[in-house]
Design a protein around this ligand. Structure first.
Ligand SMILES: Cc1ncc(COP(=O)(O)O)c(C=O)c1O
Length: 386
């Protein structure tokens, strides 16, 4: 019999998150692997979803998303980023950013096209580029600051490059791309007639006053950028899977053409609730960011005390570390043994690299957890030194 998994998906059997979350469940270890908060999102947003369920908002919503949510997304993009969008045609509601990314790649790439992306990459990028029949060309970001190497970037483009797939703020490194780096990316896109897909799911999660700059706001880029984002991270509602794709009408229409055959529509009762969430006052976003920054500081201090080399993140839910000071160099083996050694689960970043040597000693921890959970994890990790 032929192997069940198609050649396109070879090597994409089980995601590292599934593997590590199963390990956490099996061992009862504290799960700092997968990036989901252990507290609920805003109560009024949850109540709005309950009200929608009870009011009978339970059938297929319109394909592009309910008008109220598309309007709220457009208002959000203007309010936080100064981006003007027509909610009718330039905004598409998706089933999380995950679907938006998949639909964009499927819609915009021909087999044989190349997509430039950065490693470590979010693992769905590699899989979806492969499903689309395209080839990834990867630019390596290296610690301690994961700065963009202009020569490596230039070397990743070719005559076959169709798109660049960027994530800022960046998972797993916590890097926030600087304006100079984005300008360089834009220069390549404009000079080579390449599209940009920009995953901004951590757009509100930046620290120490750092600014998140949407690629679409750079001169000339609005016309060729599809921005992908979602409510999951910003509102601690990762299980709702409400996301959006925004950009020029023709590109959004192409993404919708693929989306309609993937999920057709996205979760009806969550849509009016997320419209409410997007309208929350500035104070919500500021408090969320400050809380998360404090959690970052708490976990980073614990990881340093445990003897790890810590690369302090400027944004996101995550911090990456190098395990070398503890005597090992294999992050995957380290993560497999960590539940037994310390009762904690983390994710080996090598899973997000093509260049395995570059990622081998790196391990990612999530700090989107309650302070007492972070403290308990830090106390357990403190034993690693011995
Ligand atoms: C970079 C990045 N993009 C997309 C997603 C998925 O977003 P969603 O849950 O909205 O599909 C994640 C979730 O971890 C992520 O880290």
């Amino acid at each position: 019999m032929r192997p069940p998994l198609s050649a396109r998906l070879e090597g994409f059997g089980t995601t590292i998150f599934t593997e590590m979350s199963a390990l956490a469940a099996r061992t009862g270890a504290i799960n700092l692997g997968q990036g989901f908060p252990d507290t609920d999102g805003p109560a009024e947003v949850i109540e709005a979803a309950v009200a929608a369920l009870r009011a009978g908002v339970n059938q297929y919503p319109p394909g592009p998303g309910i008008p109220e949510l598309r309007r709220a997304i457009a208002v959000h993009q203007r309010r936080f980023h100064g981006i003007e969008l027509d909610p009718d045609g330039e905004v598409l509601v998706t089933t999380g950013a995950t679907e938006g990314i998949a639909a964009a790649l499927l819609a915009l790439c021909e087999p044989g096209d190349e997509v430039v992306t950065f490693e470590p990459y979010y693992d769905s990028y590699a899989a979806c580029i492969a499903i689309a029949g395209a080839t990834r060309r990867v630019v390596t970001l290296r610690p301690p600051d994961y700065a963009l190497d202009p020569e490596a970037l230039a070397g990743a483009f070719s005559a076959r490059t169709r798109a660049i797939l960027l994530n800022t703020p960046h998972n797993p490194t916590g890097k926030v791309f600087t304006r100079a780096e984005l300008e360089l990316i834009a220069e390549h896109c404009l000079g080579r007639d390449v599209l940009a897909l920009c995953d901004e799911v951590y757009e509100h999660l930046t620290f120490d006053g750092r600014e998140h700059i949407p690629l679409a706001t750079l001169p000339g880029m609005a016309e060729r950028t599809v921005t992908l984002s979602s409510a999951g991270k910003t509102f601690s509602l990762t299980g709702w899977k409400i996301g959006w794709a925004t950009g020029p009408r023709e590109l959004v229409a192409a993404v919708q053409a693929a989306k309609q055959f993937l999920t057709f529509v996205s979760g009806a009762p969550f849509q009016p609730a997320i419209a409410r969430a997007l309208e929350l006052p500035d104070a919500y976003f500021e408090r969320f960011r400050a809380d998360l920054q404090a959690k970052r500081d708490r976990l980073c201090a614990g990881l340093r005390a445990a003897g790890l080399d810590v690369f302090e993140p400027a944004g996101t839910y995550f911090v990456t570390t190098d395990i070398t000071p503890l005597g090992g160099t294999d992050g995957h083996a380290f993560c497999l043994s960590l539940p037994e050694r310390a009762g904690v689960v983390a994710v080996p970043t090598v899973a997000f690299y093509d260049d395995e040597a570059a990622g081998r000693p790196l391990v990612r921890f999530a700090f989107c957890k309650r302070p007492e959970v972070i403290d308990e994890a830090a106390a357990r990790l403190a034993g690693l030194r011995s």
